[in-house]
Design a binder for this molecule. Structure first.
Ligand code: ZN
Length: 329
């Protein structure tokens, strides 16, 4: 986890005219007006969601691609995301169908510019078909198995047109990065995937800062922190006792991941000065996480270490305590 969740979006319950408890004359609105405004807000919410998802994918992809040598698990990526109605909460499904054409079967919702799928002419709205000509999701195990075998052909349906296209898969770290619909400034790793909140997407000031957040969560997964924390909970009953060193290690290793993806490390530690503004309690004292000054200073030192290695032409690999644990780059 990136930080303790401290900012929550307060949902204020609002009542419409007709409520007996108010003592002022509220402006009146009609049901059609309400419905039409609802459609406007849903449309802009989905447009924003699509923009943030594309932004996150654009920034996270280089981090996942540049660190395969340090990732215990890899997969093949052709640069697209699929969705279906089930990808959305029940309340959002009618709007998802209307605004972004989500249907009960999976279809492509996003194609990364410059990716294998993009070069092959695959477009949002297309469906990926399996050998039985049924639409499948991009994460389907059968697709991954195909790419592992060296297959480059996928079958695409666009309206009535069905065709086989050649795609060039890229090997990436096997921990998908997803957007989490929450205003909280946070990010999470669960050992299998990574989630970055909308709140965090708005908090970061640059691609490099977002890449550092992705790198931090990726490090939790690659360094096996999650099973270790779970094991400690089982053995000792305390998870928090062991969280602080893991956070510092993820900051350290994650900064290497960021550098290996060619993001600039200039002033990345400044994020922790801004974090102090929204979470002043973490400046002097933090129960489960390192304090923000601690993280600020150590990230600055890690940056110096990385820049020295880069200047000397040395491989950008974190300093492991046991040399034999360091993998080849
Ligand atoms: Zn963390």
């Amino acid at each position: 986890m990136w930080t303790r969740p401290i900012i929550t979006t307060a949902l204020l319950s609002m009542t419409l005219p007709g409520c007996a408890s108010v003592s002022t004359q509220l402006p009146d609105i009609t049901l059609p007006q309400l419905k039409s405004e609802q459609i406007v807000q849903e449309a802009s919410a989905f447009a924003e969601l699509s923009r943030l998802k594309a932004d996150l994918d654009r920034v996270a992809f280089p981090v996942l691609r540049a660190n395969t040598a340090l990732c215990p698990k890899t997969k093949y990526d052709i640069g697209l995301q699929t969705h279906s109605l089930k990808s959305y909460s029940k309340a959002l499904r009618p709007a998802a169908a209307r605004e972004i054409a989500a249907a009960s079967t999976p279809s492509i919702v996003y194609v990364r510019p410059g990716s294998g799928a993009d070069k092959a002419g695959v477009k949002a709205g297309d469906e990926i078909l399996n050998e039985d000509n049924k639409a499948v999701s991009a994460t389907a195990k059968s697709l991954q198995a195909m790419f592992k075998d060296g297959t480059r052909k996928i079958r695409i349906r666009r309206g009535a047109d069905v065709r086989d296209v050649d795609v060039e898969p890229t090997e990436v770290c096997g921990y998908p990065v997803r957007l989490s619909m929450s205003g909280t400034v946070n990010a999470y790793a669960n050992g299998r995937s990574i989630r970055i909140t909308q709140g965090m997407m708005k908090f970061v000031k640059s691609d490099a800062e977002l890449a550092m957040v992705v790198g931090h969560e990726l490090a939790h997964n690659t360094m096996g922190h999650i099973p270790k924390v779970v094991k400690n909970v089982i053995l000792t009953g305390f998870a928090t006792r062991y969280t602080r060193p893991f956070e510092l290690e993820s900051d350290y290793v994650g900064l290497y991941y960021t550098a290996r993806a060619s993001y600039s490390l200039d002033n990345v530690e400044d994020m922790w000065r801004r974090m102090a503004l929204i979470n002043p309690r973490a400046v002097a004292r933090a129960k489960t996480h390192p304090t923000s000054p601690d993280r600020y200073l150590r990230i600055a030192l890690a940056r110096e270490e990385i820049l020295k290695k880069r200047a000397a032409g040395e491989p950008l690999v974190p300093n492991f305590i046991k040399d034999n644990k360091a993998p080849d780059t």
